[in-house]
Design a protein around this ligand. Structure first.
Ligand code: NAD
Ligand code: ZN
Ligand code: ZN
Length: 344
């Protein structure tokens, strides 16, 4: 079968032929219908050899959806042909966090060598993929795998970040989204669906800001040195009660801190290497900064329910598997509007 693999540190991903996997006991084989292209893969492919944590070659794709194509011994409750989405941040299933469904915060994943598909384990950018346990599969129940697949990360990650700030996003409040890309354009829709907040989106180009407005941002601001002042102006000097930074670079974290109002939440989601120091003289009083990672199993179901009820819709561009390297190039050049999805 064909698979998109990162094979050599610093090189572009390649489409190669690899053996079709077979499900072992407890595993589920999926015929992949769609795999999303996330900016985290670009971050991963920029890590130097001495900091690269996974064995190569690595089949990419940590957003996956498809049809059940085979069941390993002992798997029950699924049938061939069932359409499902894959929960990526898989844990041990037994620790205190996993017991809550927060497998993204599994206490033992590192020690046990458990990695998400596409981020250490073979991923979804292939004709077939193995899923280690049926609990990692969520039924699509009528949703289209191609438009739904980005919700497993580009939907779930902002949902998880936004959900914890909901108590602050009361009527009259403002939420700021920095980076209206794959995650950001879903974040805007989630904020509109779940809160009465005014939503202000920041990005680097008019094209991205146009998408932000299309999906529900009330105001858009070009990112840069003057962005924080503009956000303050738009909020009558008060700033935002929650800021979601989907870039996470030094300058965007600085902007996030500058627009954060008293008691605001700032979530640094992007892997841009920036940080926001909190201090009595550097941020407004009682600002809380977090660095959330992906989301829980229960939250993925909630995100899919929101999509099923028509509250969120991912803007996608699709590519055949042979074009996957081109999709990564376009994402790297900031040319993708919404999410790129590979159809293996
Ligand atoms: P993307 O490329 O689709 O979107 C990023 C957006 O940010 C683009 O629209 C880009 O134009 C914009 N941008 C870049 N620099 C900017 C700046 N200085 N100011 C304002 N906007 C700027 O990427 P994505 O797939 O949505 O991922 C977003 C980030 O989140 C990446 O860093 C990714 O690695 C990270 N991520 C983190 C998690 C997590 O669990 N923490 C999960 C998924 C992705
Ligand atoms: Zn991702
Ligand atoms: Zn665990």
């Amino acid at each position: 079968m064909k698979a998109v693999q990162y094979r050599e540190i610093g090189a572009a991903p390649e489409v190669v032929t690899v053996p079709e996997p077979e499900p072992g006991p407890g595993q589920v084989l999926l015929r992949v219908a769609a795999a999303g292209v996330c900016h985290s893969d670009i971050a991963l492919m920029s890590w130097p050899a001495d900091r690269f944590p996974y064995p190569l070659p690595l089949t990419l794709g940590h957003e996956g959806a498809g049809a059940v194509a085979g069941l390993g011994a002992g798997v029950t409750g699924l049938a061939e042909g069932d359409l499902v989405a894959v929960y990526g941040p898989q844990g041990c299933g037994r620790c205190a966090k996993c017991a809550e469904g927060k497998e993204n915060y599994c206490l033992r994943a590192a020690e046990l060598g458990i990695n998400p598909p596409g981020l250490g384990a073979p991923g979804a950018m292939a004709e077939y993929m193995l899923v280690d346990d049926a609990r990692f599969l969520v039924p699509l129940d009528g949703l289209d795998p191609v438009t739904t697949v980005p919700l497993t990360d580009a939907g779930l990650t902002p949902y998880h970040a936004i959900k914890r700030s909901l108590p602050k996003l009361v009527p009259g409040s403002t939420a700021v989204v920095i980076g209206a890309g794959g995650l950001g354009h879903v974040a805007i829709q989630l904020l509109r669906a779940l809160t009465p907040s005014r939503v202000i989106a920041l990005d680097l180009s008019e094209e991205k800001l146009a998408l932000a407005r299309t999906v529900g941002a009330h105001d858009t601001v070009l990112s840069g040195e003057r962005a924080a002042d503009r956000v303050r102006e738009l909020t009558g000097g008060r700033g935002a009660q929650a800021v979601f930074d989907f870039v996470g670079a030094g300058p965007t974290a600085e902007t996030a801190g500058a627009v954060a109002s008293v008691e605001a939440d700032v979530a640094i989601v992007g892997l841009g290497g920036g940080a926001l120091p909190v201090g009595i003289n550097t941020t407004a009083f009682d600002v809380a900064v977090t660095a959330p990672y992906w989301g829980s199993r229960g939250e993925l179901r909630e995100v899919l329910d929101l999509a099923r009820d028509g509250h969120i819709e991912v803007h996608i561009e699709t590519y055949g598997i042979d074009e996957a390297p081109k999709a990564y190039e376009r994402l790297h050049e900031r040319k993708v509007n919404g999410r790129a999805v590979i159809l293996p």
